[in-house]
Design a binder for this molecule. Structure first.
Ligand code: MN
Length: 236
């Protein structure tokens, strides 16, 4: 069964928003679980997110195999998506990016933590995926097979966000709008946390504050989506 055309349209818009908001560049990707078949997901072919159109959206099974590729080349790192969807039935959308402000946290062991109410989804700790544990000391850092994808999904566990050492991050959510929101604010949180660290000791949101702020923001996802969608459609 074909996915809802609106889901595909939103996924295209999500690609454009993530570029305009500085989360992805030539690299990085966003996926959505198929709305009529939970054993499949939707992800663009291997091109820059800003250039994605409806015809670029491909369908995959949870092995990371394209259903009807029509000559389109998939992202090498699609196993990030397939293995998280397999391990996390609650997850309906995923962003993988190399958003720059997040990278320093993954390489220092300094946890990215919620500095403001906008990033309560970060919870009390952010797991860091160490690819050497799963792939040995000589990988090219890429999640290029299902085993590495499964190891990343295991590191993510039940969290919403995980750092990938020397690479980037992965963020998960229950909708495209929510995952875009989380990807944008994870990058913003990283900027703010780096700034605050220069000033002194940081008081982060505690567990209850983070959970409550996350819940409050989840009721307000249409507002930033409408703004970002409009901005993504404007000439650069
Ligand atoms: Mn990557």
């Amino acid at each position: 069964m074909s996915p809802d055309p609106e889901l595909i349209e939103d996924l295209v818009v999500a690609n454009h928003i993530l570029f305009r908001e500085g989360v992805v560049d030539g690299f990085g990707h966003v996926s959505a679980r198929h709305d009529r078949d939970p054993s499949r997901f939707l992800l663009a072919r291997s091109i820059a997110p800003a250039t994605v159109t409806v015809d670029d959206i491909m369908e995959f099974d949870l092995e990371g195999i394209a259903i009807d590729p029509k000559g389109r080349r998939p992202y090498l790192e699609r196993f990030i998506h397939s293995e998280i969807y397999r391990m996390r039935p609650d997850v309906l959308a995923i962003v993988h990016s190399h958003s720059p402000a997040v990278i320093p946290f993954g390489v220092t062991g300094t946890q990215l933590r919620p500095i403001s109410h906008m990033s309560g989804f970060l919870g009390t700790s952010t797991p860091i995926f160490e690819i050497r544990d799963a792939g040995g000391p000589a990988t090219d850092m890429l999640i290029r097979n299902a085993d590495l994808g499964a190891a990343l999904a295991t590191t993510l566990g039940s969290e919403s966000f995980a750092l990938m050492r020397g690479h980037g991050s992965v963020v998960v959510a229950t909708s495209i709008k929510q995952v875009v929101y989380r990807a944008v604010y994870a990058e913003m949180n990283a900027h703010l946390q780096l700034e605050a660290m220069r000033l002194g000791k940081i008081t982060f949101l505690n567990e209850a504050e983070a959970a409550n702020a996350d819940q409050a923001n989840n009721g307000n996802l249409d507002r930033p989506w409408a703004l970002w969608k409009r901005r993504a459609a404007m000439p650069a």
